[in-house]
Design a protein around this ligand. Sequence first.
Ligand SMILES: [Zn+2]
Length: 326
Amino acid sequence: MTEPLTDQLVDGIHRIPLPLPLDDLEVINAYAFESSKGLILVDPGWATADTERILTAALKHLGYGLPDVTTMIATHGHWDHYTQAIAIRSKFGGRVLLGAGEHHSIDSFGTLTGCYPRQVELLRAAGAPDLADIIDVMPYQEHEKNIDLGSPDEWLHDGDTLDLGDRTLTIHGMPGHTRGHVVIADPDVGIMITGDHILPRITPSIGFEREPEAVPLRSFLSSLRATLELPDALMLPAHGPVSPSVHARARELLAHHDERLTVIREFGASGRSPHEIAQALPWTRHDRRLEDLNPVHQMVAILEVDAHLTYDATLRSTATNSTTRS
Ligand SMILES: [Zn+2]
């Protein structure tokens, strides 16, 4: 990596870029808060020896070590955000906090087998049985093996505050990317850690988790609107550069989904399946065809179309009900 070990954003708040063992996302931004109640880490990465080595070097640069970490917050349960927190806790101690809505997916590691059990069912229903067969037997990759997914020490709820002595962090529940996603604000200094809820360069996936909710896009859009109700802040995302305005990016994402919904609604009206609609749309920032994406990305694309159609159906049923009532 050519990035610096740490990058001070505001007095006592640092960005720590950490490597990821993934093809599509190479870096996650962890954030460290120095406080009179110890060192707090947010999203400390994917549990690998590389992450631990680079995180150790970064903390040393700030004058700390991993045993100084008292609290770790994961914005959500995806492995690039959560698993290193669990690994650090086992080795050095410290408590791990995670949004309460993540318990569905964390618990399901004990009850469901396979990498993407729910997604296989959804793909079949979305008209993609062949892809569902491929995903159904997909083995865990090397970097996904032997990962400890223990439960957090505490579940976070919307409106919780974290008293760090000289600063207070506020937790806001922002479901959509996952059911229990939280963002973390320090309103006194005007920053917000947005995790994967709002990313500067990419459109976050929606409901791509082990136990997704029924209408994840509804939650995501409502969370984006809720973000606009909070004071605007410097955006500290999990991936990509720190950006000046959370609000500006939330508005862009709302506009993107509005546009996407209109297009998908038109295709849906012609009776095409989510798979067929996904085949007709361009994907990624590079406008790739669905067939040119790897199976996991094809799955995410088809399920995104499915999420838009499901959400649109709830809008239509709400409209019908209110017409019936009036
Ligand atoms: Zn994520």
